[in-house]
Structure formats: structure tokens, C-alpha cells
Ligand binder design. Structure first.
Ligand code: X8Z
Ligand code: ZN
Length: 590
């Protein structure tokens, strides 16, 4: 049924703005949205696992159609929201979703809308098709390059790979700039100041309040981050010397073990605690011959130990687990649900290492969330807010402890683990992520609101990285480059604050689940593995989906309605004390 027919069927005319009409409208639209969901998802899946001219063209067309539909619905929803005081809870909440759940707000003008749809598909396709040729006959894909960033200690090689990857983005800098303009037109057409305000408006609180909330949370964690930065910089200096890794000022971005210096655990061996008894998961994977699919099974087993069902057979049949050799795919890991029921899938080019072991828990967290809320109304088949979706699997990763390794038989009973080493390794990922996950959208918000002009993209990017992360580029950068664009989520227009929220939430979740599991002791040694009580508690929140404002979902799991970074700060408190001792006499900051 097309839109007009649907509105007629719902007995609507533009004049009928009544609670009854609003309810019927929401019901009809919910049904129609659902009827398009699977075919749209299949097209997106095909395009992500088979990037060709044809799959892109089909997806572009379908995008355009669905954007047009959403736009009509958003307009109508806005009208009904004028009488929101008279509406029942569900109608009001669902209308709110219809009016503002856009990441890429479509402009009213059909020509602009179509242009946007093309960029929306084309820019990520360019990103995913990139290879860096370091010699005439050696062209590298992203996974290979990221592996080198994680394992090489040769500064020349690191620099070469770091620069080489940044060849991915200059080619779409102009396209991105145009996309920003179009998104702002679309946001304005929907009644928002700009696309950034629209992005900030999806959190059951005023957009400004949300921005202030992030500032509060990042502030709670900055002493911990600065202590970590100070110690890491000193260790890098000891390893590489003043020329490569100066003892003061910002850390050069190519030395931290990751393409974007976002997680740092790959340089744990340089932290001077090599002798500590932590389990090196990469080594275990190699020594025990654990294959890619075995890694997925291990992550699945964790969920099963909490009382969740096994993944459906179709998951194993339909997922993409390895990078195909014969075609371009979007390798960046993501978890899908093709029918909002049981057709869940993973799309990932799994590497047999510790980083991907953790990413697998992250991705299955998405899939289990999707299945937990599949009994909700269609519009509520989403997470409480986007940070919740990103936090589930990472919460489980905090339970990957020595106790868990013992249960897997990866560590013998006698081996004593070193608490500081464990905490440091974990902080190199999760604490390092804090300023990074905060600043990516600080940059985008300022790009959207014009504070960062189109000819300042790169300078502004590095200013933010310096300010919040204390990181600097290893070679001079200029405006012919587009270093923000070298991060997947920028060309793919995936909002990034969700990962910041997830850092805060995962520690709140972990604390509550450990309590539920009856655990007593330091939280970094708690593993909820095998606790059905914890699983039940988690599931109680997951199955709510987006049906209630996120503070209520948070309350169900943690008893609190507030996001609170003290759970994270407390978790790392013993490390903070140790770092402060190490840093004594050092000049910290940058
Ligand atoms: O993109 C992801 C997931 C998919 S939603 C692998 N993450 C962020 C990133 O890699 O940049 C997880 C942590 C941060
Ligand atoms: Zn994710």
C-alpha cells in the first residue's frame, strides 16, 4: 500500500489532528515500516557483502524511496505532536521516533534527496574498496595494515602504514563536505538547527542537556586518562628514545598500536610488565589452533552460560566471517538482524587475535540484544539508547578474567595473576577510548554547525585530538588530507557518541551484574560467566528494547537512573594509585 492509500485507510486528512487519528496513523505507519524492513535490510546486506556498481545502484534507489517515506511520516508526526499532551504514552513516544530518528535527515527537495542518497552509498563504498600499495606488487587491505600497526615496533614501518592508510580519504573529502550540507538542509527541513542538534535529540532529554551530560562524564574520567597517558608516554620514550617518542608533549599517533590510536592494548608488551601472568589471548589462539569460527563459538558460549539460547542455525549459514578474496566487502564489523526476529547475522573479517576475540563479544552483544527485544512493537525493536546497544558485549568482555580463563582451561589453577597488569591492559583499551569516543562527534557537531569551516577540517581534527587525547600526527598534515575521514564511522555516517556512552554504561552494568551473581571482591576479578541470575537481570533490561525512556531501562539493571562514570573510575582505582606512583617526578600533561 502506498502512503496516500495508507493515510486514506487510516481515515486521515491533513485536517484531522486528533488523538484517535494519531493512534491510527502510528499503527498504520508501524505496519508499513515493518513491511519494508526485510527487503531494505537484504539490499543493504548484499551491498555490504558484495560491493558492485549494481548493488550500489539498487541500494541507492531503495534508500531514496525509504527516505521519502520517512520524510512524509516525519512531517505528519510533527503535526500530531502539536497535541502531544492529549496523546497516550505509546503514540507519543512512537511519533517522537518518527519525527527525529534520522541519522541522515533527507531534504524535502527531491533532487537534493537523490543526491544525498548517492553520497550516502558512494562514500562508504570508496572507503571499503581502498588498498594501500606499499610497493609495486604489494597492496594491503585494512586488516593487514591494522595488524602491522598492532605488532610492528619499527617506527619507520609504522609511519609508512599510518600515512598509507590516510590515503583512503582525500578522495571523498569534497563529497563529505557536500553530504554535510545536504544533511543540514534535511535537518532544517525537519525543524532542527542543524544535523548535530538532530543527533543530540535522541536521548530522552533536551539536546543541550545531552551535550552537557557528556561533558560532565568526560570530566569525571580525565584524571585517570591523564595518568595513563603520562605513564604510556614515559614507557614509549624508554623504548623508542627522544627522537621518536619525546618524553613530554603529545604522543605521536603512530606508536600506540592501533590505526587511530583509539585502543592501546597492543603495546602492553612495552609497558614493562612483560613478566606478569596475564593470558595473551593471541598466543592461546595460535597455540591451541583456535580458528575464526571457534572464536565465535567461544563468545556464544559466554551468552549461553548466562542462560541465553544458542544462536540460530541460520546465523552460521548466513553470516560473513572472513574477508572474501574475490570481491570488495564492508569489512568493518557489524551485527545485523534481517527480519527483526531470528535472522541475526555477523559481518566481520575475523582475525585470529585478541582484539577480534573481544570484538566478537561486542558483536554478539548486539545480536543477543536484537533477539531479546524482538517481541516488542516494531518501533521499540531498538536499544534504550544507542549507547546501550554498544555496551552489552563489552560488559561481558569485562568478565574475561583469570577466573574465566581457568574455567576455559587456558590458565592453570596455580598461576597467580598480577592485578596491576590486568588493570593496565584493560585500561589501555577502555580508558584510552574515553577521550577518543568523545571527540569524534565533537568534531562532527562543529562541522555541522559551521564552527569548523570546510577548509579547516583537518586542522580542527588535530586540534581536538591534541586537546582531549594528547596525541599529535607524526608528520605535518594539511588541508589536502582528510584524517577524520580515515575513521570508518565518519564516511559511513555512524554517530560515535554511542561508544562513549558504552564506556560509562559497561562498568555500571558490570558492577550490578556482579552483585546479582553474588560476587564479592574487586570488580576487575569478577566474572559473571555461568551466572544465570546475572543473565536474567541483563535480559530483563534487554527485552524492554526502546519501549521506555533509557533511565528506566538503566534502573531495571542498576537501580540508578543516572549515567555515572564513578563505576569506571572505581574499577580502575587500584591502577590509578599505581600510575600516580609511577608518574611521581614526571611532568604529566601535554
Ligand atoms: O565500531 C565498533 C564496533 C562495531 S559497532 C566494532 N566499535 C568502535 C570502533 O571500532 O571504532 C567498537 C568500539 C568503538
Ligand atoms: Zn557495536
Amino acid at each position: 500500500m502506498n502512503l496516500i492509500a495508507m493515510l486514506m485507510a487510516a481515515g486521515l486528512s491533513s485536517a484531522a489532528v486528533t488523538p484517535e487519528a494519531a493512534r491510527e496513523f502510528v499503527q498504520a505507519v508501524e505496519q508499513e515500516s515493518y513491511s519494508h524492513y526485510t527487503s531494505d535490510a537484504r539490499l543493504a546486506w548484499i551491498n555490504a557483502t558484495y560491493i558492485t556498481v549494481d548493488s550500489q545502484a539498487l541500494l541507492t534507489e531503495a534508500n531514496e524511496e525509504s527516505q521519502k517515506r520517512s520524510l512524509e511520516w516525519a512531517r505528519q508526526a510533527a503535526k500530531f505532536l502539536e497535541i502531544e499532551d492529549q496523546l497516550d504514552y505509546d503514540t507519543r513516544r512512537k511519533l517522537g521516533f518518527l519525527a527525529r530518528s534520522f541519522v541522515m535527515p533527507p531534504p524535502n527537495d527531491p533532487a537534493l534527496l537523490s543526491e544525498m542518497s548517492e553520497l550516502q552509498v558512494g562514500i562508504p563504498a570508496q572507503y571499503s574498496s581502498y588498498r594501500y600499495c606499499r610497493s609495486e606488487d604489494e597492496c594491503l587491505d585494512f586488516e593487514t595494515m591494522n595488524n602491522i600497526m598492532g605488532t610492528s615496533r619499527d617506527p619507520q614501518e609504522l609511519l609508512d602504514i599510518w600515512q598509507g592508510w590516510r590515503g583512503v580519504s582525500p578522495g571523498f573529502r569534497d563529497d563529505y563536505q557536500r553530504l554535510v550540507e545536504l544533511m543540514n538542509v534535511g535537518a532544517a527541513d525537519l525543524g532542527f538547527v542543524d544535523a548535530g542538534e538532530l543527533w543530540r535529540s535522541g536521548y530522552d532529554m533536551p539536546a543541550d542537556g545531552f551535550a552537557a551530560e557528556l561533558d560532565r562524564l568526560v570530566g569525571q574520567l580525565s584524571p585517570l586518562y591523564e595518568a595513563l597517558h603520562c605513564h604510556v608516554r614515559a614507557q614509549l620514550n624508554a623504548h623508542y628514545g627522544d627522537e621518536i617518542a619525546p618524553a613530554t608533549g603529545p604522543i605521536p599517533a603512530h606508536l600506540l598500536g592501533n590505526m587511530w590510536a583509539q585502543t592501546w592494548s597492543n603495546i602492553f608488551p612495552l609497558m614493562g610488565l612483560e613478566e606478569a601472568n596475564t593470558v595473551n589471548i593471541t598466543e592461546v589462539i595460535e597455540q591451541r589452533g583456535i580458528e575464526e569460527l571457534d572464536m565465535v563459538r567461544i563468545a556464544e558460549d559466554f551468552f549461553v552460560s548466562l542462560g541465553f539460547e544458542r544462536l540460530p542455525e541460520t546465523f552460521w549459514e548466513r553470516s560473513l566471517f572472513l574477508r572474501p578474496q574475490d570481491r570488495n566487502v564492508v569489512c568493518y564489523a557489524s551485527a545485523w538482524n534481517l527480519d527483526t526476529q531470528e535472522d541475526v547475522r555477523l559481518k566481520m573479517c575475523i582475525q585470529r587475535n585478541e582484539e577480534d576475540f573481544s570484538t566478537l563479544h561486542h558483536e554478539l552483544g548486539h545480536n543477543y540484544y536484537q533477539m531479546a527485544y524482538n517481541q516488542q512493537d516494531f518501533f521499540y525493536r531498538a536499544s534504550a539508547n544507542d549507547g546501550f546497544h554498544e555496551a552489552v558485549g563489552d560488559t561481558l568482555s569485562l568478565s574475561v578474567t583469570p577466573e574465566y580463563f581457568r574455567r576455559l582451561g587456558w590458565m592453570d589453577e596455580q598461576t597467580q595473576s598480577d592485578d596491576i597488569a590486568l588493570l593496565l591492559k584493560s585500561a589501555l583499551d577502555y580508558v584510552a577510548l574515553v577521550p577518543w569516543t568523545y571527540l569524534v562527534d565533537q568534531w562532527r557537531w562543529d562541522v555541522f554547525n559551521g564552527e569548523i569551516a570546510a577548509d579547516e577540517y583537518n586542522q580542527a581534527w588535530w586540534d581536538l585530538r591534541l586537546k582531549y587525547q594528547g596525541i599529535a600526527p607524526p608528520v605535518a598534515r594539511d588541508e589536502t588530507q582528510f584524517d577524520a575521514g580515515a575513521k570508518y564511522h565518519v564516511p559511513a555516517s555512524v554517530p560515535y557518541n554511542r561508544y562513549f556512552l558504552a564506556r560509562i554504561l559497561q562498568f555500571q552494568f558490570h558492577r550490578s551484574l556482579c552483585e546479582e551473581a553474588g560476587y564479592q571482591g574487586p570488580l576487575h576479578l569478577c566474572s559473571i560467566y555461568g551466572s544465570e541470575a546475572a543473565g536474567e537481570k541483563l535480559n530483563a533490561m534487554l527485552q524492554m528494547g526502546a519501549s521506555r525512556p533509557w533511565p528506566e531501562a538503566l534502573e531495571v539493571l542498576t537501580g540508578s537512573r543516572q549515567m555515572d562514570a564513578t563505576a569506571m573510575a572505581d574499577y580502575y582505582a587500584p591502577l590509578k594509585t599505581w600510575l600516580d606512583e609511577q608518574n611521581e617526578g614526571r611532568q604529566c600533561g601535554w
